[in-house]
Design a protein around this ligand. Structure first.
Ligand code: NAP
Length: 248
């Protein structure tokens, strides 16, 4: 019987977990443990790091994992690189479930940057009202740019961030265009900072920024080594059955 380890923390991982449960697959969903109240899942879950490449390889062997599916966030580059190396070490086939990056369209005013340090520079020296649409782990760099007001949105209530002028909203996607428009207007946001996560759940803020004519400082995805990829739950299921990814 096959045993699937699904690396999660995304909407796509949750959708795949539901599909695996429906098929009666023996599968475990792994969370890093970043959120206090992860969504309930249709398959058993485990929480916490594995201890690097070797720890993950040992887990794969010890638990008799036959298939590893990496459905982590596009910015979770370390676990994705670890998964490639650990799968190789343990001799377990790996497939990544990924989503295309967002592309700028007509009316978008994107300033593309490589990382959060460049995003800070792109905000400039003049005080601005900024929607920092980043997780709480990634706002540290902005502590150097204290001239700005930051609107923050986290999944969980957090200790007050070390940013002198900020307003914290605790909310979890998916978000709507109407809701994002109201939020940007309420806080008189002038510029949005976002990671190029892709997908639909976090897209509305970009549509709202476009509608209001606001610039978006868009942080590009980190590089992840090549690996086999699927772009839908159906393709992952097909791969489990046939070990090929069709229609990518
Ligand atoms: P990361 O920098 O790539 O990973 C850091 C370490 O966290 C890894 O080395 C691993 O520890 C552990 N880890 C990460 N994902 C794990 C998982 N699914 N199961 C068990 N351990 C995991 O990752 P990150 O950016 O901190 O993201 C952590 C989690 O949040 C991921 O599951 C990701 O899907 C989710 N997430 C991330 C973002 C984002 O913007 N980065 C956004 C939404 C959701 P060990 O080396 O000890 O194994």
């Amino acid at each position: 019987m096959r045993h699937i380890l699904l690396l999660g923390g995304t909407t796509e991982a949750s959708a795949l977990a539901t599909a695996l449960a429906t098929r009666g697959e023996h599968a475990v969903l792994s969370y890093a443990g970043r959120t206090d109240h992860p969504r309930a899942q249709a398959i058993p879950t485990r929480v916490g790091g594995f201890g690097g490449i070797e720890g993950l390889a040992e887990y794969l062997t010890r638990e008799g994992v036959t298939h590893l599916v990496d459905a982590t966030h596009p910015f979770a580059a370390r676990i994705s690189a670890n998964a490639i190396a650990a799968a190789e070490l343990a001799g377990v086939p790996l497939l990544a479930l990924t989503r295309p990056a967002w592309e700028a369209g007509p009316g978008d005013r994107w300033i593309r940057v490589a990382d959060t340090a460049e995003a800070v520079v792109a905000l400039g020296t003049e005080a601005a009202r900024v929607f920092l649409a980043l997780g709480r782990q990634t706002i540290g760099d902005f502590g150097h740019a204290t001239q700005h007001f930051y609107l923050l949105r986290f999944v969980d209530p957090a200790a007050p961030p070390a940013l002198p002028h900020h307003h914290l909203v605790v909310d979890r996607g998916p978000f709507t265009l109407a809701g994002e428009l109201a939020l940007l207007r309420e806080h008189r946001v002038q510029v949005v900072v976002a990671k190029n996560a892709g997908g639909s759940g976090a897209r509305a803020k970009l549509d709202a920024a476009r509608a209001l004519g606001l610039p978006v400082v868009m942080i590009d995805r980190p590089a992840i080594p090549d690996r086999p990829q699927a772009s839908s739950v159906a393709q992952v299921l097909d791969w489990l059955d046939h070990r090929v990814v069709r229609g990518v």
